[in-house]
Design a protein around this ligand. Sequence first.
Ligand code: SF4
Ligand code: ZN
Length: 418
Amino acid sequence: IKVNVTKVPVPVAYGPAYEGERVRGEQIYLECGGGRTQMVELVTTAKMDDVTDGKIELFGQDVSDMPEGSRLPLAIVVEAAGHKMNEDYEPILERQIHHLLNYAQGVMHIGQRDIAWLRIGKSAAAKGFSLKHIGSILHAKLHQDFGGIVDKIQIKLYTTPEKVAEISRQSKKIYTKRDERIEGMTDENTETFYSCTLCQSFAPSHVCIVSPERTGLCGAYNWMDCRASNEINNIGPNQPVNKGAVIDAKLGQWSGINQFVEKTSGGVVSHYNLYSIIYDPMTTCGCCECISAILPLCNGVMTVNREHTGMTPCGMKFTTLAGTIGGGITTPGFLGHSKYNITQRKFISAEDSLLRLVWMPKSLKEEIRERFNARAAELGVPDLLERIADESVGTTEEEILPFLEEKQHPALTLEPLI
Ligand code: SF4
Ligand code: ZN
């Protein structure tokens, strides 16, 4: 464990002690992202000559320009240069933004990529916390923690809607490219998976196991990213884990994974399955991009993404679901996962994969449509997406069942889920 020696130049207290602190409704001074406005985070590699180390620029309005209780869109763009810096390391640096901003007292950060969410509390605003301090934090801490790969860091922050939208569009393309680097790899042909324990600071018993066909549930880390992270820091949160002997190929359980999870969860979780939502599914820390839940009446499974704030047919909204299952304990019938994972071949493959999916929000359908249709065609039901209900059909099992029957959704003829 590295000792924190660098003083971070911000007007609020700073350190891991503040990580779990929340900024609730009545304490909010300024809010960005979280479905209220657009917010996006991106780390990119730049040439040494193009970066002025420590340069922090804000384009648009700052905290002090806004009245209490305001909202602004926000894009955080970090440009990193260094002889060892390369594209592979970008997602790792980017994922640090989450805990590094949470370390600031009176600042709360949730999510990542283009679903990030930031709250600056009244106490922090009163002490003079500016959006530029986000840059100060990232500059100081990324130098400190990743000094081995980055030499120069500059940060640009944007709060005008047009610019944030433009950066979101650019970022989406980059995220897609990152996600697709693992296409073609299979779990069967890969002996070593990776762990991620970055989220243990607030979910102490949670361990993500990241395999080629199951990306990290936050959507920020895939197998390649974990490998790159381990290259940077071989005693860090991403360790290679040898699968070991197969215990159950269908459910996705291996002896080596179990041993690692048991040890690393402090004995709380003795085993879990990578491919099932019913039988001892993987735990979640609460960062998941999506949560799936079983719908017994429909003999299927629903999934909801974090941005969807409405009710879902399992009787809970996303926030309630995340609060219920996000503690790092196995909860049969519920599963935290990334958006990308929905269209990976091992997504709930123990329960017939996408053929079980009976409900998902319209916006999520649109977002993953292309990859979804390709996967559905592989499963022999090319028009599956059109047979899946969404909030326009209903938000209870009773409301969506007639639609599924009319569309002859394949889940209705599969063997009983429970
Ligand atoms: Fe790592 Fe999992 Fe947390 Fe993502 S959700 S940062 S993969 S522990
Ligand atoms: Zn997490």
